[in-house]
Design a protein around this ligand. Structure first.
Ligand code: AMP
Ligand code: FE
Ligand code: FE
Ligand code: ZN
Length: 282
């Protein structure tokens, strides 16, 4: 079984449509793929429709933008009921504030001399939950930087960079409770990704475990081997399972689908904890 529990479509900041993501997951030899767009479930319908006849199993999910003590972090949520109103309202709040913030970032970029426009960013983002990677693509189009990752520097879009503007992000303990109340399973995404910005302390992770966190995403392209070893020990101390995932974003990141995977027994444990939705097999 090849199981990849973290992938983005163009419902957020990936470049594959949900149907293309399904086709690429099949081509990559995956048995299970989770669709985890930022703060949205908008890709579910198209991804589900594309499953027919593939034998691939889709885990509907999302990646929630959270913040604690001024530190941004991401919470993966799997197999929750997308219609549960309290959690749906929180996702909508984050998406709405993403729009305000993206306009403000474009304004900052223009003040700093980058010839990009809000119309351009809207065209790039399409219907997707808009974020810095779309603005990064606009900066690439405008010739300001050479690649999306080159836009995530202090000069431009990195956390607290010159053109960064913060968005509303949910307190992670609240997010864990919202996910559980919607029948879902919460997993801390890339908890040791310190090149992106500050990361939270072990104490915060322990507090989240007490609030109902189920697992830590350990095998991830942003974690070096010592970080993985440290997180594995922490997970075992806190009774959390460990996952591995690609965090695929299509052509916006270089990581491949299935580059990191999750053990079948962890997958079974995750599915057995969920009451909000079930895996969908084509
Ligand atoms: P946002 O959700 O708008 O705050 O933007 C965060 C997203 O930017 C993450 O989900 C990643 O997809 C992307 N990102 C963050 N850091 C980098 C980086 N160094 N290189 C490329 N993409 C990044
Ligand atoms: Fe992303
Ligand atoms: Fe993330
Ligand atoms: Zn992600």
């Amino acid at each position: 079984m090849r199981i990849d529990l973290h992938a983005h479509s163009n419902a957020s900041d990936g470049t594959d449509s949900p149907a293309e993501l399904v086709a690429n997951a099949v081509a990559a030899g995956l048995d299970v793929v989770a669709l985890t767009d930022h703060d949205t479930v908008a890709g579910y319908g198209e991804a589900t429709a594309a499953l027919a006849g593939t034998g691939l199993t889709l885990i509907p999910g999302a990646e929630l933008s959270c913040q604690v003590g001024g530190i941004s972090m991401h919470l993966l949520a799997y197999l929750f009921d997308p219609a549960e109103p309290a959690f749906a309202a929180e996702r909508e709040l984050v998406r709405t504030d993403r729009l305000r913030r993206a306009r403000a970032i474009v304004e900052r970029c223009r003040e700093l001399g980058a010839p990009i426009s809000w119309e351009q960013v809207q065209r790039i983002a399409g219907a997707g939950s808009v974020g810095r990677p779309h603005i990064a693509s606009a900066l690439v189009e405008a010739g300001v930087v050479a690649s999306v990752s080159d836009a995530f520097t202090p000069e431009w879009l990195a956390n607290d960079g010159r053109a960064d503007v913060r968005k509303h992000e949910t307190d992670p303990a609240l997010a864990v409770r919202l996910v559980r109340a919607a029948g879902g399973v919460p997993v801390f995404a890339h908890p040791g990704a310190d090149k992106r910005g500050r990361t939270v302390s072990d104490q915060v992770i322990a507090d989240l475990a007490a609030a109902g966190l189920a697992g830590l995403e350990v095998d991830h392209t942003d974690h070096d081997e010592p970080t993985r070893a440290r997180l594995r020990t922490l997970a075992s101390e806190l009774g959390l399972f460990v996952t591995g995932s690609s965090d695929y974003h299509g052509s916006r990141k270089i990581v491949r689908l299935g580059e990191y995977t999750t053990a079948p027994e962890v997958y079974e444990a995750l599915v057995s904890q969920a009451t909000g939705a079930t895996p969908i097999t084509g």
